[in-house]
Design a protein around this ligand. Structure first.
Ligand SMILES: [Zn+2]
Length: 113
């Protein structure tokens, strides 16, 4: 489970941010994870309480926004969800679309009190 290391890094980043910006109490941490990202949201959720213990983020809420895996057809420019359509364009059925989103992993928002 590589999520643990990732969550540790995220928590460090948020703590640094909070320290540098004088944020003393954080209510919610919002992460954005793409549907094709190797990071699994439920693993992130399950190790989060352990990682934030005794940090500035203890008792914060974790919210994960999952972004759909979207692609644009190179032939007809249609934009579609690749997981739903198995990577082939629902309009002209050509394959090899250009990926637009789905691999993200980022800190979207830090909600302070
Ligand atoms: Zn197409």
């Amino acid at each position: 489970m590589h999520e643990m290391g990732i969550v540790i890094k995220v928590v460090k980043t948020v703590e640094d941010f909070a320290r540098n910006n004088g944020v003393t109490r954080i209510d919610t941490l919002v992460l954005q994870i793409g549907a094709l990202s190797p990071v699994i949201p439920r693993y992130v959720e399950s190790c989060y309480p352990m990682v934030v213990k005794n940090t500035r983020l203890e008792d914060t809420r974790l919210q994960i926004d999952v972004l759909p895996a979207m692609a644009r057809c190179r032939a007809c420019r249609e934009v579609f969800d690749v997981l739903e359509h198995k990577s082939s364009c629902p309009v002209c059925h050509s394959g090899n679309p250009e990926m637009i989103s789905g691999n993200e992993f980022m800190i979207k928002e830090i909600v302070a009190f």
